[in-house]
Design a protein around this ligand. Sequence first.
Ligand SMILES: *Cc1c(COP(=O)(O)O)cnc(C)c1O
Length: 357
Amino acid sequence: MTNFSIDTHLSPIKKEKPNWGELEFGKVFTDHMFIMDYKEGKGWHDARIVPYQPITLDPAAMIFHYGQTVFEGLKAYLAKDGRILLFRPEKNMQRLNRSNDRLCIPPIDEDLALDALKQLIAVDKEWVPTVEGTSLYIRPFIIATEPYLGVSASASYRFMIILSPVGSYYKEGIHPVKILVENEYVRAVSGGTGEAKTAGNYAASLKAQETADQKEYSQVLWLDGVEKKYIEEVGSMNIFFKINDEIITPALNGSILPGVTRDSIIALLKYWNIPVSERRISIDEVMDAYRDGQLQEAFGTGTAAVISPIGELLWNNEKMIVNGGKTGELSKKLYDTLTGIQKGDLEDPFGWVTEIK
Ligand SMILES: *Cc1c(COP(=O)(O)O)cnc(C)c1O
């Protein structure tokens, strides 16, 4: 590990730790945060770890008006032997730079960012929760800070990393959710920003989620933005189907976010010699498979839940009950294997896990 010089100003006060058994998602933050600034002509500079605190921005800062911003999400896990483990963090830094490129934000040095992330976690290591199923969620993000109301790329930026201890996604064990197929709104279109982790995509998704909430469905299934026919993602997760023993996930088409979990699932399936296809799949194909009794499993994948089995899909008032509404065998096996590797309980044949020292 290269050691970049990162100024560290330790917090004079240590906040009281919450009860690790009662953690929710993203509500509690640790004692420190990482900041690095960018100025045109000067580049990225002043990398520093400072006490967690509010920041001051000009009301005209471009982030507030035109949403020039990107983010990442990953987790640190405490292994049974006390090691703190990261799962494929270099993938997140690579994706951050791909998002940067799409949003006209200057690239960051991926090694420096990864080193900063590790140093920050080392400083706040007492905040990696110790209860089974919990983890330390890591949120790197970049915002445009230039005070200017013209629509253009900002001349200055701030890169930050904040940390939040989070509870187990499944407090009562992995269980299937009900999904509403969204026919009206779309998440992203080819040529748009769907491939980038950028705030606007999530703001655009809230309206559909509101309807799903009202109907007591947990998430929406997004169809493509042109024909509203091909399956894209589920909520803010990638999606997989098991149909007639073939595992299918929509091919990365420019509007789908390329998940690290998605990539890891594909690698695991190939390692197990289970046929997996990345291809276009329409909602009609899924419905036909359901009617023929061939729709065996469906699940979402992402850092937060790892695997989220789908028990029901509602499309145009027609319900597809998947695997009797129960977690499928493959979904469970993938969940156990991936979380086992992430927590250091299982062998890591791919070299995915990195220890923080
Ligand atoms: C982050 C995200 C995912 C999942 O990515 P992971 O790297 O697996 O966490 C999938 N879809 C969307 C829209 C996302 O924002």
